[in-house]
Design a binder for this molecule. Structure first.
Ligand code: 3PG
Length: 306
């Protein structure tokens, strides 16, 4: 089988080597397409491949239709909002992710974000400490759980809200669950988003919700830019001079926002939450193994489309 590793934002060299080793040892052919400039490059590259490993690369209907022999796409990472799942199912292509494999890297970035903002973006003015502060975790999945553990180690008080996690699971994680999103926001000096971008969550972080945050709170987004209601964000940053926003996924109008609220907003220049050598190796190798298991044993454990 021919397996394409298509990554606009490449994995580390060691991860690429590991992925290729797994593929070749299993008797398949690996090809790479890195840092490609145009969608047409991807469309051309998928023409005769049987499997595809991607990161945030967009696999839409056009890409899927061009990939006539494609049987499986594995997103080396968590979010699959970049893949047209319906079209993949229609074309009988299995789509998987690699849950948990890059979560620690993202969770560590959340800590870095909290420190960066509470130390005034490393300007030498008086900042504040995380110890004794509260953090609210919106969605208690792989990343949320790791953020909770790390925040506790820093002496923070952790709250979480997730309608898909039951009381027993919260108790096991030793985290206090709150009854509503509103309550979570009210209680959080730092509010960390870990929701996927879905029809239900897109633009759901709106003015009313953000306005529930206590004085001097900071909203942290290592999830997806689409979950933020950007007009509302601009309005609340204007209305509430105490609030801060830090994100790994720059808002569409970041230049204007950072001009207006320079000390209270920060976005990384490129999504870097999962951009560590460890996360690249974990997610990339898991993706390669999942493809081999799929071809050799028909295993579809991490399939996300049906
Ligand atoms: C994910 O969904 O796994 C993260 O957002 C990481 O995305 P990336 O592989 O594009 O860095």
């Amino acid at each position: 089988m021919k397996i394409l590793i298509a990554t606009q934002k490449p994995f580390s060299a060691i991860a690429v080597k590991g992925i290729i080793d797994i593929i070749e040892k299993a008797g398949h052919q690996a090809i790479t397409l890195e840092k490609y400039a145009e969608k047409s490059d991807l469309i051309k590259a998928v023409e005769d491949v049987d499997a595809l490993i991607i990161r945030s690369d967009k696999v839409d209907a056009e890409v899927l239709d061009a990939a006539k022999k494609l049987k499986i796409v594995v997103r080396a990472g968590a979010g699959v909002d970049n893949v047209d799942l319906e079209k993949a199912s229609e074309n009988k292509v299995v789509v998987m992710n690699t849950p948990g494999q890059n979560s620690n890297a993202v969770a560590e970035l959340v800590l870095a974000f909290m420190i960066y903002m509470s130390r005034n973006q490393f300007n030498p003015s008086t900042g504040s400490e995380l110890k004794g502060k509260t953090i609210g975790i919106q969605a208690f999945g792989n990343v949320g759980r790791l953020v909770a553990d790390k925040a506790k180690a820093l002496g923070m008080k952790v709250f979480a809200f997730d309608p898909f996690v039951n009381a027993e699971q919260f108790a096991e994680a030793n985290v206090e669950a709150v009854n509503s999103l509103e309550e979570l926001y009210q209680k959080s000096d730092f509010l960390s988003l870990h929701i996927p971008a879905t029809a239900q969550t897109i633009k759901s972080i709106n003015y009313d919700l953000i306005n529930k945050l206590p004085k001097n709170a900071c909203l942290i987004n290592t999830a997806r830019k689409e979950v933020i209601h950007e007009e509302d964000l601009a309005k609340i940053l204007r209305d509430r001079q105490d609030l801060k926003y830090i994100t790994d996924v720059a808002p569409d109008h970041y230049d204007e926002l950072s001009k207006d609220f320079a000390t209270r907003i920060f976005a990384t220049s490129k999504k870097m939450g999962a951009q560590t050598a460890e996360a690249n190796v974990n997610a990339g190798l898991a993706a390669a193994k999942q493809i081999i298991d799929f071809f050799e044993k028909g295993i579809v454990k991490f399939q996300v489309n049906k």
